[in-house]
Design a protein around this ligand. Structure first.
Ligand code: ACM
Ligand code: ZN
Length: 764
């Protein structure tokens, strides 16, 4: 007996070493030691009372501990055990790093600045119960050294499209701070609501913050308000509320960067003060995504617009201590400027070439003002067009291209590419998730993101300040949905921007996340439990087609069928890519601990045909945004699903003209083109599809033209094959032309080019 006991003791230190960290983001270094520190009535909080930063940090700690345990830690009294807060001088830690040393007798949190002390506390808090227990708190002994990889660790929130009160804003900031995110980008202004009180211009919130309530309708199909309808939906933050929120954020080391959008996306300001637009016509606040005949831009030729903006910015700068002021700058629809005499006069007197340069003039003039107030200007990547303002920082959202360009010009950059950092996109759906704007950014995609693009050398990479996720709220109407979209993806981003690259580990993150999930549940926070949809990826190699299956789920196993039947735990278990030799429907499920996860099996049909694996040549380029699985997506046997971001090749403005070389003459008797219609995303069926064949690739014979039969008014997403069948003929080349259309009357994009989405050219 005794011997056995000794063996166990000898194992103990080793076992403790293997203890799993629960901290997210993963620290630079963390080592567990044996024993625990217990916060109880014999513990005191020790710090230099004359230091204001430490006083504030102590008060933050004391109140957090009290909220869980009910214990009121006395300050600087002699007790058996102490929690000590110390400012030190350690170059390695920088402005936000910390050391956390926990022994059975003491906890020591030391840092160069208060920010680091707060982060040391946040790491410690993650080891505590998530809710009130009214009991002493036991914390495992450990030694942590930690500091961030990037200095901009941001989260954005759009409060214009839907309004969220100060309570949600504080909860959001608190969540940011818990995971060491330090920047809250507050999108206070957009077309559908002006949300910040400006004393000099009261109409902005009296008119611009309120609209006709159409929350029962999908954003993109809300009609414009009519004169006389009551404007009951909305809200704004008073300057007093904003001051209180700024203070709350500062206590948690969160800087709030206000976005004062300009020169576009400001229909709300124009509804309040029509003289700010080019037409100066009165208009009602927008109710949703309906822009037809509405002014959305400030007039760039009118000096009183600049005076207005300077007055607004003065109040904003007086309120917000942030070094950065965000001025928007995205998606300016420039045609109103083309028709405006004042704007055209400005172009002339300033010697500008076009409206792009007019936008650049606008932004540079605003930058000058911001710099005169000792602040820095940041804007969306469109501020590169027409010439970048001299000191501007660029927020790269249309992919990374803008960020790369700016860094190469020695300008600071924040990376926030739509893929994968737009958190308004689905993370596990669309099945089972609330309706949102589209796209698919899963937890794994976020986790795998690296803010430093390969295109930059080491010197240029220094201009990447960090990364940020954006939460646009066209489709997000409640606090619960805000939580759901952010949790847990923000935690993956936190590890992207904080943790040294070499310490990142998806498996470990996924394990640590399980503790956070329990904490979310205890705190009543809504979150996505994960993406359980099996990822089905076609692999076309050496003339053969196979499919690789993968799952993001921790300890997830995959079971699948190839005959279209519903997979169960008794179906084939996946280990290696599955060869596809005949037309098949793959259905696959994720199983975790014996339980089938998710609402629906992932499903993909593969259509075998004579063009599989053949090269497709396009006369008009496929959009770089919709490349599906690569250049041969139309000959990979993969049929598209309703997920817009996947499988479909997108074409805008021009016809899709695809030519396939079958390699040798083949007998064929039918050709099909698969297309998608999705009204909401401006994707419409081609008006007609023409099918041609050729033996030499030069002279083509027209076989058939198939007209569209799906109504442009049909708002349900629809997939349709355009098919030509004919008497068998020999051909080596196949050419398919899909005719582009325009968005129909009454559609938000009325008269503008529609998208054509095609998934496959099937030749038999
Ligand atoms: C943006 O998403 N329009 C910046
Ligand atoms: Zn104008």
């Amino acid at each position: 007996m005794k011997k056995k006991y000794l063996v166990l003791l000898a194992l103990l230190p080793g076992m403790l070493m293997a203890q799993q960290s629960v901290i997210i983001p993963q620290p630079v270094s963390l080592q567990f030691n044996s024993g625990n520190f217990t916060i109880d009535n014999n513990s005191a909080l020790k710090f230099n009372k004359t230091d204001k930063a430490l006083q504030e940090a102590a008060s933050f700690f004391r109140s957090a501990i009290n909220n869980i345990s009910g214990i009121d830690l006395p300050y600087n009294t002699v007790k058996n055990k102490s929690v000590e807060l110390k400012l030190i001088n350690n170059a390695e830690l920088g402005d936000e790093g910390y050391l956390l040393r926990i022994t059975p007798a003491s906890i020591e949190i030391s840092a160069n600045k208060k920010a680091g002390i707060i982060y040391g506390m946040q790491s410690l808090f993650q080891t505590l119960p998530a809710i009130r227990t009214n009991a002493a708190l036991s914390i495992p002994c450990m030694e942590v050294k930690d500091y961030p990889r990037f200095k901009w660790r941001g989260m954005h929130l759009d409060v214009s499209r839907h309004f969220f009160g100060p309570e949600l804003i504080k909860e959001y900031i608190n969540l940011l701070s818990s995971y060491k995110m330090n920047t809250f980008h507050w999108h206070l202004i957009d077309d559908q609501g002006w949300r910040i009180e400006i004393k000099k211009y009261p109409q902005l919130t009296k008119v611009g913050a309120w609209r006709v309530d159409q929350n029962d309708k999908i954003w993109s199909s809300r009609p414009q308000a009519k004169e006389g309808e009551p404007a009951t939906y909305g809200g704004y933050y008073t300057q007093e509320q904003i001051k209180d929120i700024i203070k709350y954020a500062a206590e948690r080391n969160v800087t709030i960067v206000p976005e004062i959008e300009m020169p576009g996306h400001v229909a709300s300001a124009i509804a309040s003060y029509p003289e700010l637009s080019c037409t100066q016509q009165p208009q009602l606040p927008l109710t949703g995504g309906n822009y037809t005949n509405m002014s959305s831009n400030y007039c760039a030729g009118n000096d009183s617009v600049f005076l207005f903006l300077q007055n607004v910015l003065t109040e904003v700068i007086d309120l917000f201590p942030s070094k950065y002021i965000h001025i928007g700058g995205d998606e300016v629809e420039k045609h109103p400027w083309k028709k405006c005499a004042k704007c055209q006069a400005r172009i002339k007197t300033e010697g500008l070439k076009n409206e792009d340069e007019l936008q650049s003039y606008f932004i540079k003039r605003i930058e000058k003002f911001i710099v005169s107030k000792n602040r820095k200007m940041i804007g969306w990547d469109e501020i590169l067009e027409g010439g970048l303002a001299p000191e501007a920082t660029v927020m790269s959202w249309r992919g990374e291209a803008g960020g790369i360009q700016a860094a190469k010009m020695n300008h600071d950059v924040v990376m926030t590419p739509g893929n994968p950092l737009y958190f308004d996109h689905y993370q596990a759906g669309p099945e089972g998730e609330p309706v949102d704007i589209g796209g698919m950014n899963t937890l794994r995609k976020v986790y795998d993101y690296d803010p430093i693009p390969k295109e930059l050398n080491e010197a240029q990479a220094k201009y990447i300040l960090g990364a940020q996720a954006n939460l646009w709220c066209e489709y997000i109407t409640t606090a619960e949905q805000v939580e759901y979209m952010v949790l847990p993806r923000m935690l993956a981003l936190a590890e992207v921007v904080w943790t040294p690259k070499q310490n990142k580990d998806w498996q470990s993150f996924n394990e640590r996340l399980q503790t956070q999930f329990r904490s979310f549940e205890q705190r009543g926070l809504h979150y996505s439990p994960g993406n359980f949809t099996v990822n089905i990826k076609p692999v076309s190699e050496n003339g053969k087609l196979s499919v690789a299956l993968s799952t993001e789920a921790l300890n997830g196993e995959i079971y699948y069928t190839t005959d279209g039947t519903l997979p169960t735990k008794e179906s084939a278990k996946y280990s290696l890519p599955v060869p596809i030799e005949t037309s098949a429907v793959i259905k696959a499920i994720t199983v975790v601990n014996g339980k089938i996860m998710g609402l629906k099996p992932a499903e993909q049909s593969f259509a075998m045909h004579k063009a599989i694996g053949k090269n497709v040549n396009y006369t008009n380029a496929v959009s770089r945004y919709y490349l599906a699985d690569g250049p041969n997506s139309l000959t990979d046997g993969v049929r598209g699903t309703y997920a817009v971001g996947k499988y479909w090749h997108g074409f805008s403005e021009k016809d899709m003209i695809a030519t396939i070389d079958l390699g040798e003459g083949k007998n064929i008797k039918s050709i099909s083109l698969g297309c998608l219609q999705n009204y909401r995303d401006w994707i419409f069926m081609p008006s007609a599809v023409q099918f041609e064949i050729s033996t030499d690739g030069k002279t083509f014979t027209a076989l058939q033209t198939v007209n569209n039969t799906i109504s442009v008014e049909d708002r349900n997403a629809t997939i349709k094959d355009f098919t030509a069948t004919f008497a068998e003929q020999k051909a080596r080349f196949v050419r398919v032309t899909a005719k582009n259309t325009k968005c129909p009357k009454g559609h938000p994009g009325e008269g503008k080019p529609a998208w054509i989405f095609a998934d496959e050219i099937i030749v038999n």
